[in-house]
Design a protein around this ligand. Structure first.
Ligand code: CA
Length: 148
């Protein structure tokens, strides 16, 4: 019963969607969260795979960022699109990742994901601050499971 489907309460899910909405107000970046149970390989590879399946590359400036969690395996990755890679180093998300994993190990899934959204948005705001035209290019809903 401890699958990704009941990892978060309905209220917590809604709060995460709201925090993504808030985060995106200040940046042209686009954030999504994907949660599943297990990840066979390297979480960054899987994050990239999900990123492509969700068509997250379809942003004007290639500023999509996926926050990926395989809950049972406690594997976690943050993957940013080309536009972000061109600005920052590969280990850019490392501190956020370490802090999030420490929270997941204490079963603080909601806290770890909330913190990640806030920290990722700080980075996005500094590199891609919102301008006049800042459409919501990708859904703010959390996606779940291996179907993605
Ligand atoms: Ca969005």
């Amino acid at each position: 019963m401890s699958s990704h489907k009941n990892l978060l309460s309905e209220l917590q899910r809604e709060q995460l969607v709201q925090s993504i909405k808030e985060a995106e107000k200040g940046t042209r970046g686009e954030i999504r969260i994907h949660i599943e149970d297990k990840c066979k390989g390297h979480p960054l590879h899987r994050a990239h795979e999900v990123f492509m399946k969700l068509k997250m590359q379809e942003t004007k400036e290639r500023t999509g960022v996926i926050i990926y969690l395989a809950a049972k395996d406690r594997k976690f990755a943050i993957y940013g699109d080309k536009g972000i890679d061109e600005q920052v180093h590969d280990n850019f998300w490392e501190t956020i990742k370490e802090n999030a994993i420490a929270m997941f190990k204490k079963d603080q899934y909601f806290e770890g994901l909330s913190m990640s959204v806030v920290e990722v948005s700080k980075i996005l705001r500094s590199y891609f601050p919102a301008t006049g035209d800042n459409p919501d290019e990708l859904s703010n809903e959390i996606s779940f499971g291996d179907e993605a």
